[in-house]
Design a protein around this ligand. Structure first.
Ligand code: BT5
Length: 319
């Protein structure tokens, strides 16, 4: 009910009489007052003036579903949202929801994660209210071997959103790092539930440093706040990412991997570099020459042979 009351206050943007709201929802004035109090307790600044009614002055910087859905205008992404003040990892919940057949586009958001994770069991630092931590469920009709393309698709969507909302140029380091000024501002974790030739669902975890102070970041990391020198809206960022993912995903379903690869080529920092790729215990040092249609990285070694790598940690070598 609070979400619906908020929606009215946001849409009107002005004073709305208590009588009008309580009549609309068929509740008593006392009942409405109680909901207004609950909203205030959640951080909404709502003023009440006799004879005028209620007015929303400001919203808290929280990733509440009501904030994310307001003005989102997507058809698939974020139509179903789960919000946690704290959770172990949004990926754990994404898997539960995926198995329970949640709809495509379901999003799990958290203000803090106690066991935020990267690839290969690494940790993702997820301090409360500082970053955007969320997982998105997709149910693509593609072969499991093609799912790395979704990491590329989400990474280009993140770069587009960061540019659109904050005017910051972000770049992608293959396979899953989002960089600004050559430092890591975010990462993507793609995990899937699949059979040999069919994907049940893909959970895509996105972690972005938004309002973190430099001193609290791991070495080599940066936050959007440190770039812009001001606190930024996490809600606007998450909304724009969901919009961009939807556009790119629908285009991917219609036109295949071509447009994703093309966009990715334009915003990556890996192609053309000499790189050292570590995968399992193997190291390959070579030149990154291109990306293949399935999202794999194509390397040319010193004798000119082309090798394909599907995953790994990449270090850009100095030449
Ligand atoms: C990643 O892994 O970059 C994927 C991170 C995905 C995090 C999201 S948050 C929402 C969802 N729920 C989860 O539990 N995870 C996803 P990887 O490429 O393995 O990089 C991990 C490495 O990045 C760590 O070993 C650290 O060196 C570094 N790191 C950890 N926290 C960081 C942070 N907040 N900012 C920048 N670098 C960080």
């Amino acid at each position: 009910m609070e979400d619906k009351i908020l929606d009215i206050l946001k849409r009107k943007g002005e004073y709305v009489s208590g009588e009008e709201i309580s009549a609309h929802f068929k509740m008593t004035r006392q009942g409405l007052w109680k909901h207004i109090q609950d909203l205030r307790d959640s951080g909404y600044d709502i003023v009440a003036v006799p004879h005028l009614g209620y007015k929303l002055v400001s919203s808290p910087d929280k990733l509440f579903p009501a904030e994310i859905t307001h003005g989102l205008n997507t058809r698939i992404m974020g139509r179903k949202l789960y919000y946690y003040d704290t959770c172990s990892s949004t990926m754990d919940i994404a898997f539960q929801k995926g198995v329970e057949n949640c709809p495509e586009g379901t999003v799990i958001l958290a203000e803090a994660q106690t066991k935020g994770r990267g690839r290969l069991g690494r940790t993702w630092e997820s301090p409360r209210h500082k970053g955007a931590y969320f997982s998105l469920i997709l149910r693509p009709r593609i072969l499991p071997s093609k799912t790395p393309l979704l990491t590329l698709l989400v990474s280009i969507s993140i770069c587009e959103a960061i540019k659109e909302v904050f005017g910051i140029e972000a770049r992608i380091k293959w396979p899953n790092d989002i960089l600004v000024s050559n430092k890591k501002i975010g990462g993507i974790l793609t995990e899937l539930s699949a059979e040999t030739d069919r994907v049940n669902f893909v959970a895509i975890g996105i972690g972005l440093n938004v309002n973190n102070e430099n001193a609290a970041l791991v070495p080599g990391a940066i936050s959007l706040k440190e770039v812009k020198k001001e606190n930024l809206s996490r809600v606007e960022l998450v909304q724009e990412i969901l919009r961009r993912v939807e556009i790119n995903y629908l285009n991917f379903q219609k036109s295949g991997s071509g447009p994703v690869i093309e966009k990715w080529r334009n915003c990556n920092v890996t192609i053309g570099k000499r790189v050292k790729v570590t995968c399992c215990k193997d190291h390959i040092e070579a030149e990154a020459v291109d990306i293949d249609t399935d999202g794999a990285l194509l390397l040319r070694n010193d004798v000119g042979l082309i090798q394909k790598v599907y995953t790994g940690d990449v270090v850009h070598c100095r030449m």
